[in-house]
Design a protein around this ligand. Sequence first.
Ligand code: ZN
Length: 491
Amino acid sequence: MAKADAARSFTKEITPKSEDFSQWYIDVVRKAELADYTALKGCMVIKPYGYGLWENIRDALDRRIKDTGHQNAYFPLLVPESLLTKEAEHVEGFAPEVAWVTHGGNDLLEERLAIRPTSEAIICSIYSNWVQSYRDLPILINQWANVVRWEKVTRLFLRTTEFLWQEGHTCHRTEEEAQDETMKMLRVYQEFAETELAMPVIPGRKTENEKFPGAVFTYTIESLMSDGKALQAGTSHNLGQHFSKMFDISFEDEDQQRKFVWQTSWGVSTRLVGGVIMTHGDENGLVLPPRIALIQLVIVPIFRPETKDAVLAKTAEITSSLKSAGIRVHVDDRDYYSPGWKFNQYEMKGVPLRLEIGPKDIEKDQCVLARRDTREKIFTPLPGIEKTASDLLIQIQKDMLEKARKFRDENTRTVADFAEFQKVLEDSRGFIFAPWCGDGPCELKIKELTKATIRCLPLQDNNEIYPAPAGKMCIHCNVPAAHEVYFARSY
Ligand SMILES: [Zn+2]
């Protein structure tokens, strides 16, 4: 196969996004070498390029978790059944997804051990020993870990049997303090998603039907993928005293009264990688926000045998000045692939900027910068290249957020009646902002009829949900509405 043909067939192997979004997604994940299936059903291997992306996401969030006063720790993977079943609502919520260890070697265990589907039970049993006095509070701990949920239908990054995440688990002296923590972390997630992932989100509260098993309130950040389906990108739970009462996490307060702590938990997972792919990806593959991209700028030197030395010498010079400006640079000087093949490959991998440099460019003291997001090519003087590239990366990050926000806003609709509600979901999906009566069975009926769920009750700037809208009727049952909410089909 000629090199030009090879280059073309490289992108041809991605199913067009407009034709089959699900297949496009799988193709991008595999062709960009983020992750792949394994012999173990539902479990993926995260490949170096995908894991590097996750590490950048993790590090950016970890900084924020620590800056807000939390510390990291690590808790056991296995949870004795008696602990998991202590909080009834919690165990009921997770029961269908729990993987159990029944044997140690050849011996049947006296008590089954769950592989953590989440760590509230094991961590609460430990906190029970740690907390004795009001002086032991607050406890502000986060864990980076893997969890296992026995999923029936799986999808790379979005829903896998084993996945990576962080889970914060905090204990507080007062109810108010726990609520403040719940909202603080929700806002941390929002700022993180928008700043680092260029993923605009709607912060809000989940309905009773959609909340975390065992929580008083669950808050969420919801984002809209480019196929019009919503993704729950992170959650923050106010757990109240449900767990502290069951696990006896109590303390002697200043007034010498024995009291139960107020708790929160909050988490995001590797599904964020899926969110980044589906928010920004296009027909040519992945498009990565510069702040989390493993490679921010790839240099493709263009040379013939007789010009190779001169071009590579110049490339080394440029590389060192870009690195000194803190840019994550990769040079692809392999001579057994054509420049065209490389262009396609790094487009597929979503590298934000490509720098092309050849003998003619060197003569003119310039290079070509190609933006992945807009695919625009810019002739750029070599002097000051580090500043030009840095500024462009900042601009790309900003433009990607704006583009995603514009898409989200254009795909958020209001509707006149339930017939239009159904039609919008069939034709174009997206968010529908509509009045709802506040009744759980009505919500479930809407889900049954349309496959859409209430993604959240949006929050005001003061973190309160909005008061009942005056004079509006529930989009489904037509009684006076209690809230205006975002509906969508979701992942
Ligand atoms: Zn209703």
